[in-house]
Design a protein around this ligand. Structure first.
Ligand SMILES: [Zn+2]
Length: 290
């Protein structure tokens, strides 16, 4: 009698093991949640699945950011959640950047009469792609800044140049010292390996501008580890990472490697040596953040 298990049994055991590991690693969380940001009177985070966005409630109406409704009914839920808090009208929907996983599905907000605002490059992109699930912005941000003031709250829409897309807004609440910006300042993570639709070194310049702004907490487009918000150390870490990585690639290239080879070779050395232990571990077990 063979001591080897039949292949089919092995496969079944492996599948069961993998399934139980996956379950153990993914604690059940409700499909969506609305959280008031601690220490504020009117700033909230709406999460649906692995995406989230900020909204601000004022007596004169509500300012919503990304609808996060790509191929799912998130916007309907989003509106129901807002209406549990206020009966004030939803006045604005502001897109963080042009990527559809964050901005699709806004029609229920449009039907309620909201004005949509985005960076001018986002509007151009949306008009080019013509996806019926993405509401075309009514108004745009050109230049480096525009303010929205509603019911005593001011929200700055800052454009700090190209970074992750060419249409990223850094939304800042000056009184609350909170910013909302999406997909380009990771919390306990590193950039996407491929960094598609990312602009370097413009991103470094943008990070310097963000670090120079007056804020203390950052809301991101995907929940941070343990649900934490970001801070300036996260922005500084992201900047150091890019600077170190660029320097290592240039160094490797100066030794005669082509840029493709140079980009591969410093990956372990450059990233792991400067990263705090937790981030280095994460790099060894990459888990994309956005
Ligand atoms: Zn994105």
């Amino acid at each position: 009698m063979s001591r080897m298990l039949p292949i089919a049994s092995l496969a079944a055991i492996l599948t069961a093991l993998l399934a139980s590991t996956a379950q153990a690693q993914q604690p059940q969380q409700p499909p969506f949640a609305t959280t008031k940001v601690e220490g504020t009177e009117n700033v909230y985070i709406f999460r649906f699945g692995g995406h989230q966005s900020m909204f601000i409630v004022t007596p004169a109406g509500v300012i919503v950011t990304d609808p996060i409704g790509l191929r799912r009914p998130a916007a309907k839920t989003y509106i129901e959640e807002i209406e549990k808090i206020t009966k004030a009208p939803i006045r604005y929907v502001i897109y963080s950047h042009s990527h559809f996983d964050h901005i699709a599905g806004g029609k229920p907000f449009k039907d309620k009469g909201a004005t949509f605002i985005a960076h001018t490059n986002a509007k151009a992109r949306i008009q080019q792609v013509k996806d019926p699930d993405v509401v075309v912005p009514d108004q745009v941000v050109t230049g480096s800044k525009r303010n929205i003031t509603l019911g005593g709250t001011t929200l700055e829409l800052n454009y700090v140049g190209k970074n992750h897309s060419d249409s990223m807004l850094v939304m800042r609440l000056p009184k609350e010292k909170i910013i909302f910006t999406v997909d380009w300042i990771p919390l306990n993570g590193v950039q996407f390996r491929g960094m598609a639709d990312n602009y370097l070194p413009d991103m470094e310049e943008g990070l310097k501008k963000v670090i120079a702004m007056d804020w203390e907490r950052m809301i991101t487009g995907h929940p941070g580890p343990g649900g934490r918000l970001g801070n300036k150390d996260d922005a500084r870490t992201a900047l150091s990472y890019l600077q170190d990585l660029s320097a290592a690639v240039k160094e490797a290239a100066s030794h005669g490697k082509c840029y493709d080879g140079a980009m591969l070779s410093p990956r372990r050395g450059a990233e792991v040596t400067w990263l705090p232990r937790r981030q280095a571990n994460r790099l060894r077990h990459p888990n994309q953040v956005a």
